[in-house]
Design a protein around this ligand. Structure first.
Ligand code: 2M8
Length: 439
């Protein structure tokens, strides 16, 4: 991108984040998503750290302030005054937060936020505030959410962050498409119906959410959906490595994190990676897949989720500016296969943008949400992964995706063939990750 064009994009991205900032957190988008979402806030903090580091820290602290007593960090923290604009709302959950969770990118985000402004972070006691809460969050996932293969399970498609990915189709098929709650779809006022999950999906989403809520959001009762996701597991491993880095930083600064804790976080990351490698690899597709914890079956579908373990494929020197990803890793042979899959016809070899679902999957649809469109957080994750492996060619391709962000109005996702905006606009993580790419 030309320097002047970059500056225009940076200024416009900053304006999106300023508009979506409520004073304590950033909404993903006014209109469609008027509350605080868990992993959105992590991506927003990653972008804001370059320009508003105090705000980036506040974003994560606000989210962690909503942590449940059992350690879970909720999917949505409702801004109750705006409840009518999004369904299901706080009234549905009978709580100020949703009972579900989202992928655990938070510790990684906290580490990156700290690195951008270590002095401000130390002055505010940022790690001292967030580290113990992040440890309890991960413990919740490792213990209360442990599935049969030792990896955490998602109990609802909303928990995966990739709501209508084909990875969940078979498991969701078993859920009756009937809910007691009347289903409202305010989302369809803000995005085309061909770009959002359909009515049958929503009835199942509500059915599962009701079952979980009615069980008191307890995790010992099966509710009919339990999926292990390679994206979820990979970011958990990266986040464990981030906690290990935090322990070192805390002890260097005279903090109180026990020194053995760093090793425990590394060991937790290694366990996650070993389980991922053992149970989720799909040799034929050349990437990782989901596993249905109810049946023990792997889901033979190629999605971008299955390439995110590339983050864990490169041994990096401790303290690397790249961040904690890759300090321990999946086998080199698998990394090479994943790179070939990424460059192949299903993904970057088949068109200009990185699709969320392989172009070769029968469900591929370039407009429909997580079934084909290109998402900026996925390009960002994969860009970091391939850059760490020295694949500058692929890194440049993925960085190139961000050139359409500003001209398309910072869309939620784009058509993977044309780059045309889809979903809502002025979407926070698109703006934030554009900033992270350009600053
Ligand atoms: C989308 O999910 C929400 C439910 O959480 C929805 O469709 O209503 C997903 O893209 C999810 O990953 C994201 O966190 C959320 C807010 O941007 O929107």
């Amino acid at each position: 991108m030309h320097k002047d064009v970059e500056q225009v994009a940076v200024d416009a991205a900053a304006r999106v984040l300023d508009t979506n900032w409520t004073g304590r957190h950033t909404v993903p988008a006014t209109g469609l998503y008027p509350h605080q979402w868990s992993w959105d806030s992590a991506f927003v903090a990653i972008g804001n750290r370059h320009r508003e580091p105090a705000r980036a820290r506040a974003e994560l602290v606000t989210l962690l302030d909503a942590q449940w007593a059992d350690g879970r960090v909720p999917q949505i923290v409702y801004d109750v005054g705006r409840d009518d604009d999004y369904a299901p709302g706080a009234g549905f959950w009978r709580s100020e937060t949703s009972g579900l969770v989202q992928p655990p990118v938070h510790a990684w985000a906290a580490w990156l936020v700290h690195c951008a402004d270590p002095a401000g972070s130390a002055r505010e006691g940022f790690f001292a505030s967030v580290y113990p809460r992040l440890v309890r969050w991960h413990e919740y996932l490792h213990v209360r959410r442990a599935g049969g293969v030792g990896l955490p399970v998602a109990k609802h498609p909303w928990e995966t962050g990739t709501d209508n990915s084909p990875l969940w189709d078979v498991a969701l098929e078993r859920v009756p498409p009937e809910a007691r709650t009347p289903i409202r779809r305010p989302d369809l006022r803000h995005a085309g119906s061909g770009e959002r999950p359909g009515g049958r999906d929503y009835r199942r989403y509500y059915r599962l959410a009701e079952a979980y809520r009615d069980a008191g959001c307890a995790d010992d009762l099966p509710i009919g959906f339990a999926m292990v996701c390679p994206l979820f597991a990979s970011v958990l491993a990266v986040s464990e490595l981030a906690l290990a880095r935090m322990v070192t930083a805390l002890s260097d600064g005279g903090g109180s994190a026990p020194s053995a804790a760093g090793g425990a976080h590394e060991a937790a990351a290694a366990r996650v990676i070993a389980a991922l490698d053992k149970h989720l690899w799909d040799e034929e597709l050349g990437l990782y897949v989901a596993l249905d914890d109810t049946t023990g079956e792997r889901v033979h579908r190629a999605t971008v989720n299955g390439l995110v373990p590339l983050l864990l494929a490169t041994p990096l020197a401790p303290g690397s500016a790249m961040g904690p990803e890759g300090a321990v890793g999946v086998g080199a042979g698998r990394a090479e296969r994943m790179l070939a899959t990424l460059a192949g016809p299903g993904f970057l070899g088949g068109g200009p943008f990185l699709p969320s679902t392989s172009r070769e999957d029968p469900a591929f649809d370039p407009a429909l949400y997580w079934r084909g469109p290109a998402w900026f957080n996925m390009s960002w994750l994969l860009q970091r992964a391939v850059r760490a492996r020295g694949r500058d060619d692929l890194a440049a391709r993925l960085k190139g995706h961000f050139t359409v962000a500003e001209p398309e109005g910072f869309p939620e996702y784009v058509d993977p063939d044309t780059g045309a905006g889809r979903g809502t606009r002025q979407f926070s993580w698109t703006a934030a990750l554009t900033l992270d790419m350009l600053l």
